[in-house]
Design a protein around this ligand. Structure first.
Ligand code: G
Ligand code: G
Ligand code: MN
Ligand code: NA
Length: 252
């Protein structure tokens, strides 16, 4: 695969970058969380989306190297932002199932080396992964708990949701998928499901993050429902680190 070979060199050539999308506290509007999203600027093809290159990285095993590169970037950024803005920003990092084969020692060590608390990283995984690799992941979750790392379920409600995993695994956040949020103000079922997910999560001691918020009306409704956090184009698109720093500077 030509594209996979290009990907092998992409990080070394400076073609990969991390974009950041703010996650807002719906109660007080504060910005204390952000999601890290990989971007690849290919010299010949232009922007190649993660929906294209993450599967290639997974199939080729490059995901380990790229994941390590991403963690290193993110942790360096957290340390820089702490120095510059006097605030620890909690960064959500997406994690593919096979990344659990390698374990977490490398980035946990980097975090500790910089004296950063574990809760400055949140690991995002999808619900399907909990069914597929549950033993290996359960071990990682215990490590996370010991280090203070938090865990989010990404795209909640779209996988084969066997809700029983919410009992089995220690989870901090449910990210309500944007397919529910996009019609929340017009579709009674989406509205009811979103409200019920928030109530259920809170009863289990889990916080909720709404994804894909694009309008003021969606924001208002989620706030009314007591959703804890929100993310979406209404607040900000994913932006390069430098642009995120401008946003952080404004919100100080
Ligand atoms: O940023 P965008 O909406 O285009 O992302 C598309 C998909 O790619 C999302 O599902 C997101 O979780 C995934 N993705 C983005 N960055 C990463 C990453 O660093 N690691 C993994 N495993 N997936 C990512
Ligand atoms: O699967 P995951 O949640 O990790 O993917 C996040 C993806 O969602 C990113 O590719 C990001 O660009 C996209 N995204 C973030 N906010 C919005 C939004 O408000 N609307 C739409 N359509 N996509 C969004
Ligand atoms: Mn995500
Ligand atoms: Na998602």
């Amino acid at each position: 695969m030509i594209l996979t070979n290009d990907l092998r060199l992409a990080a070394h050539r400076g073609e990969l970058s991390v974009h950041y999308q703010p996650i807002l506290d719906l109660e007080d509007g504060r910005l204390e969380k952000v999601e890290a999203l990989l971007r690849w600027s290919h010299p010949g093809r232009g922007e190649v989306g993660p929906q294209v290159f993450i599967p290639l990285a997974e199939a080729s095993g490059l995901i380990h190297e790229i994941g390590n590169w991403l963690s290193f970037q993110v942790i360096s950024h957290i340390a820089q932002w702490q120095k510059r803005f006097g605030q620890i920003i909690q960064v959500s990092v997406n994690r593919s199932p096979i990344q659990f084969d390698q374990g977490d020692a490398l980035w946990l060590k980097q975090l500790a080396g910089l004296g950063l608390p574990g809760n400055c990283i949140t690991v995002e995984i999808t619900e399907g992964m909990l069914l597929k690799k549950s033993e290996r992941i359960q071990q990682s979750f215990l490590d996370y708990r010991n280090h203070g790392i938090e865990v989010s379920i990404d795209d909640f409600g779209t996988g084969f949701s066997a809700l029983s995993y919410l009992k089995q695994f220690d989870i901090d956040y449910l990210k309500i998928d944007r397919s529910f949020i996009s019609e929340i103000t017009v579709d009674e079922s989406d509205k009811a499901l979103t409200e019920a997910i928030i109530v259920m999560a809170h009863k289990l001691g889990i916080k909720t993050i709404a994804e894909g918020v694009e309008t003021r009306a969606q924001h208002d409704m989620l706030r009314l429902f007591g959703c804890d956090y929100a993310q979406g184009f209404w607040y900000s698109r994913p932006v390069p680190a430098s642009a995120f720093e401008t946003i952080l500077g404004r919100t100080q």
